[in-house]
Design a protein. Structure first.
Length: 134
C-alpha cells in the first residue's frame, strides 16, 4: 500500500500524533476545598490508525475493546488524534483498588493499541498486487 503524504503525517507526523495512554489523577476543586479526586485513563489514537481500523471494523467484530474505542472517540486535531476516556473512577482516601483497576485498564488498552498498530503495519506492508508465477 502506498501512503500519501497526508496519510504519512497522520501516522508519523513530526508533532505527533502518537497513539498513547495517559493515567492521571484529576483533582476537582469546588469553592475553597477539594471536592473529589479521580483516577483517569485517557487514550489517544493517531488519525491514520483510527481511520484504517474503522474502515476495516468488521475484521474486529469480536473485539469488544476495539469496538468501544471506535464508538466513543472525539477527534481533537492532528496533534492529539482521536481521544477517548477508557476509565474514570473516584478515589476515596487513596483507594489502592481503584488505582489497581486503572493500571489494569492501561495494560489492556496498551495491548489493544498494539494490536491495532500491528494490523495497520500489516496493511501498509501488504503489496498492492501479487504476481503469480506457476
Amino acid at each position: 500500500m502506498n501512503l500519501t503524504q497526508k496519510q504519512r503525517n497522520e501516522l508519523w507526523g513530526e508533532n505527533g500524533p502518537y497513539s498513547e495512554i495517559k493515567l492521571s489523577i484529576e483533582t476537582r476543586i469546588l469553592d475553597d476545598t477539594v471536592s473529589r479526586i479521580f483516577a483517569v485513563v485517557e487514550t489517544n489514537i493517531n488519525p491514520f490508525t483510527y481511520r484504517m481500523i474503522k474502515k476495516n471494523r468488521k475484521e474486529f467484530k469480536d473485539d469488544e475493546i476495539i469496538q468501544q474505542l471506535l464508538d466513543h472517540v472525539d477527534y481533537r486535531g492532528q496533534e492529539h488524534g482521536y481521544v477517548t476516556c477508557a476509565f474514570r473512577a473516584q478515589l476515596i482516601d487513596g483507594d489502592q483498588d481503584i488505582m489497581d483497576k486503572a493500571q489494569e485498564c492501561v495494560e489492556y488498552t496498551k495491548e489493544t493499541l498494539i494490536k491495532m498498530h500491528k494490523y495497520v503495519m500489516k496493511m501498509i506492508n501488504k503489496p498492492a498486487f501479487v504476481i503469480r508465477v506457476d
